[in-house]
Ligand binder design. Structure first.
Ligand SMILES: *Cc1c(COP(=O)(O)O)cnc(C)c1O
Length: 396
């Protein structure tokens, strides 16, 4: 017992003793951790004892999420713990800033997530050279490689056209050229594919999307089985301050408990929605990797097996005005530039993710004013699908 004259509300309280344990991971917002003396702190920094010192360097809520994501991505228990960052972009910048130096060359997909393209542009400012190529085409990818290519950065399916990358070819190319293959698995998730088992060196996620899944968390993840790479990326993330919030990690862990369930439900609805929308007049095209009319259907089958994801892209006749009518005809579905929420969301690439491009650049990628990307959520398909079909009829 603390003597009365040493008690103070300012001083920290002891945690009440308990023989029982919470079943839910506690939230640890503490920025800093105390040790009993300088020797113990020294041992902690040296890695002789497990523990935490300062939240920027790491905290338990991040590590709980990192272990779950390592497991989802198929990493063995003795792989280095994944790195959780404050956003998906923080994960990408930790990888790129940690591993690249002036004069290094990067080959990247020409249809990457918009912000990732801007990050690559920013790296040019620091003397990193970048070649964008169609990574769905082995010849184009091979032609982009140079002797000084250090890293290949790809997403498994492109945004918003859902073209499927030549993953096995890229892995072979990376191996022959001693380049690192970095895969952003955000759209596909480890439920569709585990790229580390197919030759990728590093996996990156925007945990913000399907993994956390409730549009209330902004987080990223980096995973690898290579201890030296993990250490370099971790040091980059910590030094550049890409620290995740404990509360976001806590929410992400809760979201992950239902990831498989949410994914399966959304995928089943997406498949049905794609098939029903494709039958309607006014719908010029439906792009869904699970449909046999998808341009990369065979590759999708080979990489994803029976899986095909929760994203469906449609092109409406009538351009932007038809898109506007469609959006207004589904007032219970958010027109919002994200994906992977429990609720379905709609995105219009021409006015959002791809707005910085010229009309010609968009046309080259197949992104018209009539294109809508649907991120299918976990609503009842019997409600959602008829609503969307009615909206197409109202819009076109
Ligand atoms: C959203 C997204 C990112 C960026 O993630 P944030 O968590 O929003 O920073 C990166 N890559 C892809 C494919 C994404 O969809």
């Amino acid at each position: 017992m603390t003597p009365d004259d040493e008690r103070s509300v300012v001083r920290r309280s002891d945690i009440p003793p308990s023989v029982s344990q919470p079943v839910v991971t506690p939230l640890w917002p503490s920025v800093v951790y105390r040790t009993d003396d300088a020797d113990e702190l020294d041992g902690l920094y040296e890695g002789d004892h497990p523990g935490y010192s300062y939240a920027r360097e790491g905290h338990p809520n991040a590590d709980v999420v990192a272990s779950k994501l390592n497991w989802l991505e198929g990493l063995p228990a003795d792989a280095p713990r994944g790195i959780i960052t404050g956003s998906g972009m923080a994960a990408l910048s930790a990888v790129l800033l940690g591993l690249l130096s002036q004069g290094d060359h990067v080959v990247a997909g020409d249809q990457l997530y918009g912000r990732t393209r801007r990050l690559l542009d920013d790296l040019r400012r620091l003397g990193v050279e970048v070649t964008l190529a169609d990574l769905g085409d082995s010849d184009a990818a091979g032609a982009a490689i140079r002797p000084d290519t250090k890293l290949i950065l790809a997403e498994v399916v492109s945004n918003p056209t859902l073209r499927v990358v030549e993953l096995d070819g890229l892995a072979a190319l990376a191996a022959t050229n001693e380049a690192l293959l970095v895969i952003d698995n955000t759209f596909t998730t480890p439920r569709m594919i585990k790229p580390l088992a197919r030759g990728a060196d590093i996996i990156v996620h925007s945990v913000t999307k399907l993994l956390a899944g409730h549009a209330d968390v902004t987080l990223g993840y980096v995973g690898t089985r290579d201890a030296a790479l993990a250490e370099t990326v971790r040091a980059s993330a910590v030094t550049h301050g890409h620290t995740p919030s404990p509360f976001d990690c806590w929410l992400a862990e809760r979201g992950l408990h239902t990831f498989d369930l949410r994914y399966d439900r959304a995928e089943a609805t997406a498949r049905r929605l794609a098939d029903e929308l494709a039958l309607l007049g006014g719908v010029r095209a439906v792009t869904y990797p699970g449909r046999s009319d998808h341009p990369d259907h065979h590759r999708a089958r080979a990489l994803f097996g029976p899986r095909s994801g929760n994203l469906v892209t449609i092109e409406l006749d009538g351009g932007r005005s038809a898109v506007n009518r469609f959006i207004r005809a589904v007032p219970n579905t958010a027109f919002a530039p994200t994906l992977g929420d429990v609720a379905t969301t709609l995105a219009h690439p021409a006015s959002s993710s791809h707005r910085a491009m010229t009309d010609q650049q968009r046309a080259d990628l197949g992104i018209s004013e009539g294109l809508l990307r649907i991120s299918v959520g976990v609503e009842d398909a019997d409600q959602l699908v008829p609503e969307f079909c009615r909206a197409v009829k109202a819009a076109c």
